[in-house]
Write a protein that binds this ligand. Structure first.
Ligand code: HEC
Length: 156
């Protein structure tokens, strides 16, 4: 009895720690189309929150320090998500513009993803500091990292 209880608790603990370690990987996708929808949705949310910060840095939206910091924080978290949707077999099977060469150049693709996440981290820090010069340059570097990957891996 005690043993059974213990092992149930250990299983529960293992599940909790797995979920904490890899939130985006906790559930496999049932079919390629689901993975494609997931990554596109994540990019859409990412673009929305990054876009608000970029618009403030470029004077297309009035600057609001609190809103900039909040949107940058959200973008910084969401920047980690889309890549879980590039699972093997999802180069087709839905409405996708992902270049199939992603799957044969995964280390290079992952490096481009990491570069963007690093720049997004700096963007979040700059938005928190409220330093407009830092924010402008972080927006430029992050946008360039988005574009570099799109040029290589997103088909028009
Ligand atoms: C490592 C590569 C990579 C990086 C970095 C990257 N993207 Fe993308 N992005 C892609 C690929 C590949 C697609 C196409 C996904 C598909 O159609 O399956 C895409 C699609 C998109 C889409 C279209 C989603 C849709 O509904 O079709 C948007 C918007 C987008 N990205 C915004 C961004 C923004 C903003 C950034 C930077 C903050 C960024 N991306 C960084 C690879 C990248």
């Amino acid at each position: 009895m005690t043993r059974r209880l213990m092992s149930a608790r250990m299983v529960a603990a293992a599940i909790v720690s797995l979920a904490a370690a890899a939130p985006a990987m906790a559930q496999p996708f049932a079919k390629p189309e689901d993975a494609i929808k997931y990554r596109k949705a994540a990019f859409t949310v990412l673009a929305r929150h990054f876009g608000v910060v970029a618009a403030m840095a470029n004077n297309r939206l009035p600057y609001d320090a609190k809103a900039a910091a909040e949107n940058a924080d959200i973008a910084n978290v969401v920047a980690r998500l889309p890549y879980a949707g590039f699972v093997p077999g999802s180069e087709r099977g839905g409405d996708t513009k992902a270049d199939p060469k992603i799957w044969s150049e995964m280390p290079k693709f992952n490096a481009a993803a990491q570069k963007m996440q690093d720049e997004m981290g700096k963007l979040a820090a700059a938005a928190k500091s409220g330093n407009m010069d830092q924010l402008k340059s972080a927006v430029g570097a992050t946008g360039a990292a988005c574009k570099a990957c799109h040029d290589d891996y997103r088909m028009q």
